[in-house]
Design a binder for this molecule. Structure first.
Ligand SMILES: [Zn+2]
Length: 109
């Protein structure tokens, strides 16, 4: 089953655009956001970017267990870190470790 990354509803086999929301089936998120269809915790594939509140990124996600759309939040302070192309891991930019650590401490609260 393929899902629309724009609204997390099932897509038909030959749909190039979602019949519900018009989102292009092949559209990818821009760097440094997580690539669409990245699955977190083996349960939550992420879709389009919803916004960037504070030092984080919010994605539309799907809970594959319940088949319900969810909001996935990732700690992603733009300007302080980039993403490794190969692994998808975040890498703190030189000289930004202190700011990154301070924001990360706040993020968990
Ligand atoms: Zn859609």
């Amino acid at each position: 089953m393929t899902y629309c990354m724009g609204c997390m509803q099932p897509l038909g086999d030959n749909e190039t655009h979602c019949h519900l929301c018009g989102y292009p089936a092949a559209r990818q998120n821009p760097s440094p956001f997580l690539p669409a269809r990245t699955t977190l915790s083996e349960r939550y594939p992420v879709g389009r970017v919803l916004g960037e509140p504070g030092a984080s990124a919010e994605y539309l996600g799907l809970d594959v267990a319940s088949k319900e759309a969810v909001v996935v939040t990732e700690f992603l302070p733009r300007g302080l870190c980039g993403r490794e192309e190969e692994t998808g891991a975040l890498r703190v930019l030189p000289g930004c470790a202190e700011s990154f650590g301070r924001l990360y401490a706040q993020f968990g609260q």
